[in-house]
Design a protein around this ligand. Structure first.
Ligand code: ZN
Length: 235
């Protein structure tokens, strides 16, 4: 089944993206599996990249949207070719809290870079960022993240918003939090954006900014030399 889906995925790619996928696999000596998304998935596509599971997840409709395919390959390139660390929770209790930050943090880097391919999906990402702000009430007690954490993640994501209306909405939401909080949130983004090319430092900055102690965070790193993933503490 997987070999069939892999062939289907590859046959849908533009020549440029097919060459990109080949390049990732050649450089990393890893073959990317292609499977169907789990039932109930709402994203256009997904991916998982850790020991034992290196796969792109396509919709059960088998509709392959090129900007989404590029996006998942960009994730793979960073982990498998560039050896960019992925953050995760040290303890099981933190797997969700810390693990769920990994994608949004990677997006700070890879969403703008999709422009180089002429495949930046502005409408999609602007809508995602807008939804993040509209979703702000779904934070705090009873939710995974506090309001303070969601505000910070939303403002970080707004760094790659390109719709003036979305940016204006974010500015209004931020201003409504009061001067001190606004200043702290702005500082966090400035520091993060200055360290996009250093994932370890970026992880330190963002987890600290979200009030997550570094001892709760570990990094998973792919080693091209051995073909294995290793884990190391952040601190
Ligand atoms: Zn992504």
């Amino acid at each position: 089944m997987s070999a069939q889906l892999r062939a289907l995925f590859r046959s849908a790619l533009t020549p440029e993206l097919l060459a990109f996928m080949d390049d990732i696999e050649t450089q990393s000596q890893v073959q990317i599996d292609v499977v169907h998304q789990p039932a109930g998935a709402t994203a256009a596509m997904g991916m998982r990249c850790f020991a034992g599971t290196i796969q792109i997840e396509i919709p059960v409709s088998n509709v392959i949207h090129m900007p989404a395919a590029l996006h998942e390959l960009q994730h793979m390139e960073r982990y498998l070719v560039h050896g960019v660390p992925a953050m995760g929770g040290v303890d099981r209790a933190d797997w969700e809290l810390v693990g769920n930050l990994e994608n949004p943090v990677e997006h700070l880097v890879i969403v703008p870079q999709a422009s180089k391919w002429g495949m930046r999906d502005h409408n999609f990402w602007n809508a995602q960022i807008r939804n993040g702000w509209m979703d702000l009430p779904n934070s705090g007690p009873g939710y995974l993240y506090s309001r303070q954490q969601i505000l910070r993640m939303n403002w970080l994501a707004t760094s790659y918003a390109t719709d003036a209306g979305v940016i204006a909405l974010a500015e209004r939401m931020l201003a409504a939090e009061g001067k001190a909080e606004e200043a702290e949130i702005r500082d966090l983004r400035e520091e993060a954006v200055a360290h996009l090319d250093d994932k370890i430092e970026l992880t330190r900055i963002i987890t600290a900014g979200l009030g997550i102690a570094s001892r709760r965070v570990q990094l998973q790193i792919f080693d091209k030399g051995t073909g294995k993933f290793t884990q190391r503490p952040l601190s």
